[in-house]
Design a protein around this ligand. Structure first.
Ligand SMILES: *[C@@H]1O[C@H](CO)[C@@H](O)[C@H](O)[C@H]1NC(C)=O
Ligand SMILES: *[C@@H]1O[C@H](CO)[C@@H](O)[C@H](O)[C@H]1NC(C)=O
Ligand SMILES: *[C@@H]1O[C@H](CO)[C@@H](O)[C@H](O)[C@H]1NC(C)=O
Ligand SMILES: *[C@@H]1O[C@H](CO)[C@@H](O)[C@H](O)[C@H]1NC(C)=O
Length: 435
């Protein structure tokens, strides 16, 4: 969940509009959406944003100059495996260390240790957190040996470039895709660590298309939004599963908006179901009559529904969906069923359980309130802090002094060393005296 964004502020003009360079190397589409949302916030403010990216961005803006450099097939495969394995791990342990954000290992759990928000870690969870943190530091150190070689190969002869080791010393601040107060963990953050979790979600919804708006406004008993994502075509769904879903949904008093891309082959006709190929999902979830979101448990959909305080029924199929669904259920925002093993009765009972047991709604609504209650919205934060760094031509005053200290001083090892030697010396004197 935690991602770090790299934004370089270049050729800063003194007036309102600056030239901003974004280098987005991560080839994961879910990361790209977050990074491009940051770029969009800045472009909407009137900045001239140039983006170097490995993914063809879905988010566009007239103030963008996009330079798309696709990965070679080998690199794409490498990254897929790397990020597949990193997906649920604590990369922020490593990246926090770049800006020397305090990493309190006794109570800030590593990401996939699975500690509930606000809970105190057990002994074994603390061991796991400690081991993972050291593991990632080691991994980071090993990676950096390679990175340094690459850097020196590219820039080694250029006297105007800083040394590789000195690069973190030029970071003014970092944006994190998280919101600790609502999501946890509670931890100390440096002033230059700016949380912008939810940046990809609109602050205020756009008006809905007329047919959808009327359909939802009319839903006196409430409505359900069903979307199994853009990667799953209706062909991929077993017709048996679709039949079961239709049978349950068509009998509900609630209305259903069903994302379905083959309108000539719909699962069935029912007055309470509206099929649509394309849906403004975020705007629909914002509608007060939506009572339940049935989702394939993609990360984006879950964050949008959490943002709007809507309980969920997850139907994960593959990839990280299972994990996303698991943590959603753990937060108490809904329930999860395996799509491929869907049974009519279970589907129906689970829908009823989520609609009737107010616990799910209350949990997600409470989260939503906390998530949205901020002095600046995520967009406003991006704009404010980016322009802040520009105003001071790099905000070195935000940095932790730790960034500029060596390992010995940073850990007071010299003081402990002197103390140790002194104690040994005194003990030795006592020993001589007693002898
Ligand atoms: C915007 O940035 C591009 C470089 O990507 C540059 O060619 C262009 O001149 C810039 N526009 C302005 C108005 O500065
Ligand atoms: C980067 O930091 C070094 C050391 O503090 C400083 O000498 C240099 O001017 C900085 N470079 C930029 C581009 O800010
Ligand atoms: C639904 O109704 C439309 C028009 O009334 C009809 O063309 C279509 O065949 C029906 N589909 C199913 C699956 O019954
Ligand atoms: C939601 O918040 C309200 C008010 O803070 C509280 O009374 C209630 O217990 C919370 N519900 C859940 C399920 O945590």
């Amino acid at each position: 969940m935690k991602q770090v964004l790299l934004l370089l502020l270049g050729l800063i003009s003194t007036s309102q509009s600056a030239n901003i360079l974004g280098i987005f190397t991560c080839p994961m589409p879910s990361h790209s959406i977050v990074q491009m949302s940051v770029a969009k916030a800045l472009a909407e403010k009137g900045h001239n944003v140039t983006i170097l990216t490995t993914v063809d961005p879905v988010i566009k803006h007239k103030n963008f100059n996009v330079i798309h450099i696709p990965l070679s097939p080998e690199d794409a495969r490498y990254f897929k495996e790397l990020f597949g394995s990193l997906g649920k791990t604590d990369t922020d342990g490593v990246l926090g260390s770049i800006v020397a954000n305090p990493r309190e290992l006794s109570y800030v759990p590593a990401m996939n240790v699975g500690v509930e928000k606000g809970a105190i870690m057990t002994f074994s969870q603390r061991i796991k957190t400690l081991a993972m943190s050291w593991g990632y530091r080691l991994w980071d150190a090993i990676e950096n040996v390679e990175n340094k070689k690459r850097y020196n190969f590219l820039y080694g002869d250029d006297p105007t470039m800083p040394r590789f080791e000195d690069l973190p010393k030029n970071i003014s601040l970092m944006f994190f895709n998280s919101h600790g107060l609502s999501e946890g963990p509670i931890r100390p953050n440096l002033p230059g660590v700016i949380e912008i979790g939810g940046i990809q979600i609109k602050d205020t919804p756009d008006p809905l298309p007329k047919n959808i708006a009327e359909f939802l406004d009319d839903a006196r008993e409430g409505a359900i939004l069903l979307s199994l994502g853009s990667n799953i075509q209706s062909d991929h769904l077993q017709s048996d599963t679709v039949k079961k879903m239709f049978s349950v949904l068509s009998k509900l008093k609630l209305k259903v908006i069903w994302k379905w891309d083959k309108l000539e082959h719909i699962p069935g006709n029912s007055s309470n179901i509206l099929y649509s190929k394309w849906l403004p999902q975020d705007d629909i979830l914002a509608h007060p009559n939506i009572k339940l979101f049935i989702t394939h448990a993609g990360r984006g959909g879950i964050s949008e529904a959490s943002y709007h305080g809507k309980p969920m029924l997850a139907l994960p199929m593959f990839g990280d969906q299972q994990g996303n669904a698991g943590s959603m259920v753990k937060q108490g925002f809904g329930l999860s069923l395996k799509l491929l093993e869907l049974k009519e009765k279970t589907f129906q009972n689970t829908i009823n359980e989520i609609l009737q047991n107010s616990q799910y709604k209350e949990n997600v609504e409470n989260f939503s309130k906390l998530y949205r209650d901020r002095p600046l919205t995520a967009r406003q934060s991006v704009i404010y802090w980016t322009e802040y760094v520009m105003r001071y031509h790099g905000a070195k005053h935000l940095q932790s002094p730790l960034v500029h200290m060596d390992f010995i001083a940073a850990n007071n090892l010299d003081i402990y060393g002197i103390l140790g030697v002194s104690v040994a010396f005194v003990l030795y004197l006592i020993y001589l005296f007693l002898d």
